[in-house]
Design a protein around this ligand. Structure first.
Ligand code: CP3
Length: 357
């Protein structure tokens, strides 16, 4: 029997090792931009779809089939652990997570018991098992970082100003810390179960951490994310730490114990590299809006991103944030082919330049 050739480019790059071919996947690659997703998703809550392992596995595989990306990401959501312990959270299409009774007082701590993944989120474990049996690329597990999940629980839904979250951080830091502690445990339990079921890499999404100053982020948020990377170190799998608008937090985020840092499109990869001293691999950072502008613009911008990435050792091409629902899948397919070709050229040139020196 010929052994199946595993494509481990994402794992190598995420360990901050240089690869000949630049690997690529897209945040939110599975989802509403794909007609095949819209065809099978139905109209109920996304949380119902997530609880069906056959359907979730199929949705996770759709971008692999269509684009030939170098990794599959589990189809789930960052609010699943809080939902599974009965906190009372829904995901409203077109809006995002919504909580009818937001977290505002000490009494609310009782609504967050420990997660028992085998019982509470057996469907996630099953989906991971189904997927890892089938794919020859890494499966990316994920969790929401405590701050980003806390912001939904405290605000009650998506927010622009984070008034309630910042207010709790400053007027009742004890309660905020207790909440962060509980949410760290949820993330650790959920990620452990995904890794034990077969995920070979994970991403911690702290999407909204960029609303904080480095001082407040460093004192009140970073220790919890750090504790998550520390608790999962025993699995020896690479990890990606990602946030939006976090250009001012990169040094602290790179210090969290992650092996790769996800970069959004508000800073050049070359600058991000300089700021983090090559200590971690980098992932990113094509502005997802390019996909809506058209293929020519997208390819030109992808070329620039690849050129800026040449300084990195480990590098994974991605968007600066998730695929927008209005994206044309053909443009994303063109990006994957382009990254595999031009990325290889750029890496070869960088190696030759280094040897000439
Ligand atoms: O990336 C992937 O393809 C994997 C699946 C995934 C989803 N959500 C599926 C989803 C991942 C990794 C997430 C993470 C997530 N969810 C984040 C962090 C990443 C980020 O975007 O910053 C956040 C903040 C959430 C919370 C959330 N869930 C939002 C803001 C929304 C969008 C609301 C909307 O409908 O526009 C969701 C819903 C959601 N999560 C969808 C998908 C495919 C779309 C809902 C649907 O199909 O009905």
């Amino acid at each position: 029997m010929i052994p199946i050739q595993k494509n481990n480019l994402v794992l190598e790059a995420a360990k901050n090792q240089s690869t000949d071919t630049v690997p690529v996947w897209f945040m939110r690659q599975a989802g509403r931009s794909l007609p095949e997703y819209r065809a099978i998703r139905g109209s109920g809550s996304i949380l119902d779809t997530i609880q069906n392992p056959d359907l979730s596995a199929e949705i996770s595989l759709q971008p692999l089939r269509r684009y030939g990306v170098d990794a599959v990401i589990l189809y789930s959501d960052i609010v699943v652990p809080a939902y599974a312990v009965g906190f009372g959270i829904e995901v409203v299409p077109g809006r995002g997570p919504v909580v009818s009774q937001p977290f505002r007082s000490e009494n609310d701590l009782k609504r967050l018991r420990q997660l028992e993944p085998e019982a509470d989120t057996e469907y996630v474990v099953k989906t991971v098992q189904l997927l890892t049996k089938e794919i020859d690329v890494p499966l990316i597990g994920f969790a929401g970082a405590p701050f980003t999940v806390a912001s939904y629980l405290i605000e009650g839904g998506p927010s622009k100003s984070y008034v309630y979250t910042k207010s709790m951080m400053r007027s009742n830091p004890k309660l905020f810390h207790q909440l962060m502690e509980k949410l760290s445990h949820l993330a650790i339990s959920s990620l452990s179960s995904q890794i034990e079921a077969g995920a070979s890499i994970y991403q911690l999404f702290d999407s909204w951490a960029g609303v904080l100053s480095p001082r407040e982020y460093g004192a009140m948020v970073a220790p919890y994310s750090k504790a998550i990377f520390e608790a999962l170190r025993k699995y020896n799998v690479p990890s990606i730490h990602f946030g939006v608008g976090t250009s001012n937090l990169l040094e602290i985020m790179a210090d969290s114990g992650c092996s790769t840092l996800g970069i959004d499109d508000r800073i050049g990869l070359d600058q991000a590299y300089a700021r983090t001293n090559g200590k971690v691999g980098l992932q990113g950072n094509l502005d997802p809006v390019n996909i809506l502008i058209g293929t020519d613009t997208t390819i030109a911008e992808s070329a620039r991103v690849l050129e800026e990435s040449a300084v990195c050792d480990g590098y994974i091409f991605n968007l600066g944030h998730g695929v927008l629902p209005e994206s044309n899948p053909d443009t994303l397919a063109a990006v994957v082919d382009f990254v595999h070709q031009y990325g290889t050229d750029i890496r070869r040139q960088a190696r030759n330049r280094a040897q000439d020196k």
